[in-house]
Design a protein around this ligand. Structure first.
Ligand SMILES: [Zn+2]
Length: 475
């Protein structure tokens, strides 16, 4: 960390810490107080968007924003619409997509565009990448949400023996995880930042030297590190673990728990909204941070799904970002809410499950003719039952599926290959998929396949069969 950089970040961090105290008071709101806050904030946001954004002025022509605005009056938008109208969506006419993309390409650290805007992009391994821009005040609100989370996790500055943090994050400042961990590094903690796209073995030595008290990473990385720990090469004893950015598989989760029997916090971060959700100290499910975002869990026709049912996507309304208003903006994550209050008493809804994040939906030939969309979870579940698997990737091929699998040291190869094959066949047959060719290749490492944010895909569709359904990338 360069000292001058750290000094430059102090005002942001100081302001964000003050804001985080205010956010923490929202934890004691009643449900009625939360909903009233959302209605007020939405009305303000819609008025602002109609006034300063040519795109929303046209889209909301029929919307009377004189009184309180109802969410249902507002048409939903998606990434393709937002990106194709980008220059008309933003409320500062100096912001042009082509120039922001050039700025992103040249980004080396935490530089701000026009001295005030932070520009970030989604991972972009598939489809068109999303570009998101926030001003300095909005960025401080994002950081405040991060500090609130630190409070939940018990990560507080400590002196004189400073807390040692290790963050294995996106390698480039285009991505939110990189930017946030850089932005909050003002010397309050001893921070080791490592590259999520580096092979897991190369992370072992620096982690052994740093001996972090707090370890953050994507689930796929933590899973590989857990294996390193269980096999004796990694020797760290973090008191707290946090993860975000990917769906974790059951086998990853059990390896992590076996390696480190400590509180593990899941964070639901998005480039579109900053921190959208997180565990609270009760860690019963992920709270949606509904004071900074309105989240609707909906079916494919934008109709709300009841608690307990998994939605097709989310419509998110970012109550913080005024520069690039995102109102009822579709994010293709498949989640369900519990419908039950959390024992902690926070008014924010709790998610039972995040089913789809980074993986592709496969379109496979049906036994009865035509095609069947197969959710990534369906092909991942049979592999969850196979012991000894360290890492895998399922890739759609012309005639079927290829599974590349890396095994734990000492795992029996033959039984694993047949368990993968039989498990997948039975699952697909149950879904009505025509019998396919399933090739299982055992490899030492699964190279590549991480996107620009360093995230790992477990299920990959054939490129020409891809639909942007579950393929949104997040920090
Ligand atoms: Zn809670």
């Amino acid at each position: 960390m360069r000292r001058a950089d750290a000094l430059g970040r102090i005002p942001d961090v100081a302001r964000a810490l003050v804001l985080s105290r205010r956010l923490l008071t929202h934890d004691r709101w009643t449900d009625a107080e939360l909903r009233a806050h959302q209605r007020r904030a939405l009305t303000d946001l819609v008025r602002h968007a109609k006034r300063y954004s040519a795109f929303y002025r046209e889209l909301y022509e029929h919307v009377d924003s004189g009184g309180e605005v109802e969410l249902e009056q507002l048409p939903a938008i998606d990434k393709a619409t937002m990106m194709s109208s980008f220059d008309r969506v933003v409320t500062d006419p100096r912001l042009r997509l082509s120039e922001l993309e050039a700025h992103l390409d040249g980004l080396a650290h935490d530089e701000r565009y026009l001295g005030e805007y932070r520009v970030m992009a989604t991972g972009g391994s598939t489809g068109r990448k999303g570009v998101f821009v926030v001003d300095q005040t909005e960025w401080r609100h994002y950081l405040a949400a991060f500090f609130r989370l630190n409070e939940y996790m018990g990560v507080r500055p400590r002196f004189p023996r400073r807390l040692k943090l290790a963050a294995i994050a996106a390698p480039r400042p285009q991505h939110m995880t990189n930017r946030m961990s850089a932005s909050v590094d003002v010397g309050l903690h001893r921070v080791l930042r490592l590259d999520a796209s580096a092979p897991a073995e190369t992370l072992v030595a620096p982690l052994n030297r740093h001996r972090p008290d707090f370890l953050y990473g994507y689930p796929s990385i933590l899973g590989l590190l857990a294996v390193e720990q269980l096999e004796g090469r990694l020797r760290i004893a973090p008191a707290i673990i946090a993860s975000s950015g990917e769906t974790y598989t059951e086998e990853t989760a059990s390896a992590i728990r076996e390696a480190w029997d400590v509180p593990w916090f899941e964070i639901y971060g998005t480039t579109e909204n900053g921190i959208l959700g997180s565990h609270c100290p009760a860690r019963e499910g992920l709270h949606l941070m509904e004071d900074t975002t309105i989240v609707e869990i909906v079916d494919e026709h934008d109709r709300p799904v009841p608690p307990g049912c998994c939605g097709h996507k989310l419509l998110v309304t970012n109550l913080v970002n005024r520069v690039q208003p995102l109102i009822r903006y579709a994010i293709s994550d498949m989640v369900s809410a519990t419908g039950e209050p959390c024992p902690c008493g926070r008014p924010f809804r709790v998610l039972a499950d995040i089913q789809g994040r980074n993986d592709d939906i496969l379109h496979l030939p049906a036994a009865a003719g035509g095609e069947i969309p197969v959710h990534p979870l369906a092909v991942r579940s049979p592999l969850a039952a196979v012991p000894g698997l360290k890492q895998y990737r399922i890739t759609q091929t012309v005639g079927g599926l290829q599974v590349r699998a890396a095994l734990r040291t000492g795992a029996a190869r033959g039984p694993i290959v047949s368990a993968i094959e039989h498990g997948l066949r039975a699952k697909l047959a149950g879904l009505g998929v025509e019998p396919l060719e399933i090739a299982v290749d055992l490899v030492d490492h699964i190279d590549g396949g991480r996107d620009t944010a360093g995230k790992f895909k477990l299920v990959v569709a054939q490129p020409d069969r891809l639909e942007p359904s579950v393929g949104q990338e997040h920090p």
